[in-house]
Design a protein around this ligand. Sequence first.
Ligand code: BG6
Length: 504
Amino acid sequence: MTNSENLKPTVLVIFGGSGDLNQRKLTPAFYNLYLDKQMPEKFAIIGLGRTSFTDAKFRTMLKEGVDKFSRRGKVKKEEWDKFSPTISYLKSDVFEEKDYQSLVKEIKKIEEEWGEDPNVIFYLAVAPGLIEPVTKNLGKTGLCKNPSCSRIVVEKPFGHDLESAKKLNDLLTSIFTEEQIYRIDHYLGKEAVQNMLVFRFANVMFEPIWNRKYIEHVQITVSETVGVGDRGGYYDKSGALKDMIQNHVLQLLCFVAMEPPVSFNADEIRSRKVDVLRALRKYDLKEVFENTARGQYREGWMKGEEVEGYRQKEKVDPKSNTETFAAVKFHLDNWRWQNVPFYVRSGKRMPEKMSVITIQFRPVPHRVFPTGVAESLQPNRIIISINPATGIRIRFQAKQIGLNMRLGPEDMVFNYSDAYDTQQPEAYETLLHDVMSGDATLFMRSDEVEAAWAVVMPIIKAWKDSPAEFPNYAANSWGPESAERLIAADGFHWITQPIKDGEK
Ligand code: BG6
């Protein structure tokens, strides 16, 4: 979230350089930042991996990724020809100390060429099991000693439970200082998520009503149409709760529920989020089953195409107890949110892809208008839409045109793509730019990650100890019936009114 003018010369070292994440997200993001003149004046990208690549082959592989995944579409040859020489490749094995020496040499060479000390950013786009050898070996090189000019970026999953997250934090902080560590949750790079801070804390009219007195309940839906694709091996050990709720969904919840920060400072904002995570009630076994629902999709039809069930997927246990859908009713034990339920759900193979937060207000305290002027007086809602389109919908009652007094719900919509001509940056563009500028506001601090794990641990344990009757929802449905019952028991229903593309 800082400007680029003062970005120091930077060497970006990508472990897992030949992998999927670099091709789909990282290089397209660097390339777009470059086109938007948001990269440092001097930068070099070094990809590391076990596969043999010449620099030229590596660049071609990355170009294919940019062509396919960049928000700008296919590259223009003359632009790519200027950008691509900044990329090089080093074949290396994360377990081999000598390969780290080659990296040191390479960085030294760049330093000499530039005639100045660059910032060095190590991006760990590797399988979770490789974080340890990479970090330890990096520690031995001495490259990470200067906290002001070296940083490490760690992708999710950050551990697979509280204990492993703590171990990972211990390992990282034994070599890097907390200020050097950037734990990525790509949801925080999304424009709509950052806008929540502005919406809540740069306007005077929402904050006075943002509490238990006016808000009846909050909902968060993060649904996907895709299944687990070719990630069956990873996903079967994870599931919706660990893959989505522990991180992305809890982060969204934090932005809704946090107290106003004193300043727009990374630690201040992160501390306010930690307060929320600490206030989330930790359930006992009975409460877990009262406040959660889980599902696993079976085969079905999506857009006229037959899709297989989760258990039929390659690398998935045919008797798997892993949930592909999770819903939780959270309670926040603090002054502002006492007795305001937060219902969250996330699942794969749902009818629509959407990420949407609904703030539902209480009904008016007194009915002024006679019965009959409105079919039902719908309560006010603020809907924060992250996907498919980014923006905010505010629902209120209005008089309908005509001689009689008739009321009906109307929406005021702020749609980013309608309001601005410029394309939104991808989440990774924002986050990578922040890493280069040294701004950790949108990254998870160690205590934050641990506090988020602490919230879901009782659920993980209870679900593990008590296998479910899976599969229990069809592909192309909104999840199991138990998720409907969870919210219906309180007299509510799931609301799915994100802003659609092109909506004004
Ligand atoms: C990732 C999860 O973190 O987020 C995936 O591991 C999921 O399972 C993805 O598909 C969703 O991200 P987005 O930005 O498409 O909503």
